[in-house]
Design a protein around this ligand. Structure first.
Ligand SMILES: [Zn+2]
Ligand SMILES: [Zn+2]
Length: 129
């Protein structure tokens, strides 16, 4: 087991305590709420280290990375461009088609990320009226 600094352990604990998808600013705020004020650069370095150790996962959105716990089953994401809501999904046919597409190109797949952008149910309702 890798030994983590107190700050990195605190970051990991916050991420593991929920199913949220955090950005670095939110984590810096949560850290200071927990009495561990650290600079944003330290948060970024800590997140990069935790991710390279496989302790957390990230998704790359248009503007920023978001981080989530690494112990969930594989899933992909839909992101609402209006309110930022993130919906997780996993669709077997899409998974299979990605494998087939990779195979066609002679590509040995080691992983993938699929992010779909649009409006969540709430925001789509709002734009109708
Ligand atoms: Zn929305
Ligand atoms: Zn997720």
């Amino acid at each position: 087991m890798v030994k983590l600094t107190t700050q990195r352990q605190a970051l990991l604990d916050i991420i593991n305590a929920s199913h949220r998808h955090w950005d670095a600013d939110e984590l810096a705020r949560a850290m200071s709420d927990a009495g561990q004020s650290i600079g944003i650069a330290t948060v970024y370095r800590g997140l990069a280290a935790l991710e390279s150790q496989g302790l957390i996962d990230s998704i790359q959105l248009a503007d920023k990375k978001r981080y989530e716990r690494a112990d969930k089953a594989h899933h992909d994401h839909m992101v609402c461009t209006e309110c930022g809501h993130i919906e997780e999904f996993s669709h077997q046919t899409i998974e299979q088609l990605q494998l087939a597409a990779a195979h066609e190109k002679g590509f040995t797949l080691t992983g993938h990320q699929l992010v779909m952008f649009g409006l969540c149910r709430q925001c789509a309702k709002g734009s109708e009226s």
